[in-house]
Write a protein that binds this ligand. Structure first.
Ligand SMILES: Cc1cc2nc3c(=O)[nH]c(=O)nc-3n(C[C@H](O)[C@H](O)[C@H](O)COP(=O)(O)OP(=O)(O)OC[C@H]3O[C@@H](n4cnc5c(N)ncnc54)[C@H](O)[C@@H]3O)c2cc1C
Length: 324
């Protein structure tokens, strides 16, 4: 049985289990034990699907100090000998991954966006030369394999219940942190949902499809927004919340995916030209104020729409080539 350590995505903790999909592609369906290194004082809001969660009581500073996280990972590896260490390619992960690899004296494949298996051999794919080519990288070194993973690419679904053991990290952290928090501010996003003509908005029913919303938004020239449900669950950033306690938006197209349409949410929609809602229940209140209602599953809808867009783009390209 292989053993994999996954570092929590500290930006959006509930997104951490997307890395379980990477683990599945490397080791197969049930051939590995998955461990999550998590930072939280709240045991209630931990991601699901992991065999073991190693919880570090977050004093508010630990999870921001790459040196401490690196020391904890190395300490855990010395005690549990992981075959694979997966680190999210977030701002923090980008500081942690090379430190861990350097201190362990092994290679790092950074920012992968695909894993391919050729018989016994694994190939990790990442973009190179400013995204112009895809590079396939084979790792021949001894374990552990250390990878950082580009956010928003992989998605994972809980197929069967996993009994998670939560342990509290009791190891010695190398040295006291020399960082002192002066002020806490929410990291601003590079966009404001109030400026967008097209909003792809996710709610409680789109929890598992959340990473795909960004891909759809990109294809449709829009941005991602969310209901309070996803914000409270730590999946979406508070700055993209639509509604009474969020932002009032007026896009031309609002695609509400897995959003029920509570009054506090609908209050955030003003002068929206077209509302398209996707919901498994035709009786959800959002359906009664929508111009188009798709009754069905969020993830299936997004996958099918992305396929249609890809086909359309291909046909348009072919037609353009015929004329040149
Ligand atoms: C004072 C106050 C202020 C608030 N402010 C806001 C605010 O600003 N913004 C806000 O959004 N909320 C706000 N709320 C919370 C609000 O009342 C609702 O709880 C919240 O909007 C519910 O979010 P949701 O519709 O995404 O989730 P849920 O209520 O969980 O609804 C999920 C929906 O998804 C559907 N669904 C389930 N599975 C799937 C699937 N696989 N595919 C497709 N559809 C599926 C369900 O049928 C359901 O309609 C506020 C509440 C209070 C009390």
């Amino acid at each position: 049985m292989k053993r994999t350590l996954i570092l929590q995505d500290t930006e959006v903790p509930m997104r951490s289990n997307a890395l379980l999909e990477v683990n599945r592609r490397i080791h197969g369906e049930k051939n590995s034990e998955s461990w999550l290194l998590a930072f939280s004082s709240d045991q209630e809001s931990l991601p699901e699907g992991f065999d073991t969660i190693m919880l570090v009581q977050d004093e508010g500073i630990v999870k921001q100090d790459a040196r401490h996280i690196c020391a904890i990972i190395i300490d855990l590896h010395e005690r549990h000998a992981f075959d694979t260490i997966l680190i999210p390619g977030t701002w923090l992960g980008r500081m942690v991954a090379p430190r861990v690899a350097r201190r362990m004296g092994v290679g790092l494949v950074a920012e992968i966006n695909d894993v391919q298996r050729h018989g016994e051999d694994l190939e990790f794919v990442r973009t190179a030369y400013s995204g112009n080519v895809l590079a396939g990288i084979a790792m021949k070194s001894e374990p552990p394999i250390i990878l950082s993973i580009k956010p928003g690419i992989f998605s994972w679904e809980l197929k069967s219940q996993v009994k998670t053991v939560v342990q509290h990290y009791k190891g010695e952290i190398a040295s006291p942190s020399s960082l002192t928090p002066l002020e806490r501010k929410q990291r601003p996003l590079s966009y404001d949902i109030r400026d967008s003509d097209v909003l792809i908005s996710g709610g409680g029913g789109a929890k598992r499809a959340y990473p795909m919303l960004e891909t759809l938004a990109k294809e449709l020239g829009g941005e991602v927004s969310a209901s309070r449900k996803l914000v409270d669950q730590g999946i979406a950033n508070r700055s993209i919340q639509v509604g009474q306690s969020g932002k009032i938006v007026s896009p031309r197209l609002y695609i509400a995916i897995g959003i029920d349409g509570a009054i506090q949410h609908v209050e955030g929609l003003q002068n929206v030209e077209t509302i398209l809602s996707v919901n498994t229940s035709p009786d959800a209140p959002i359906c009664s104020i929508s111009d188009v209602v798709v009754v069905g599953d969020a993830k299936t809808f997004i996958e099918k729409l992305l396929q249609k867009i890809a086909l359309y783009n291909e046909q348009t390209k072919e037609r353009a080539n015929e004329y040149t």
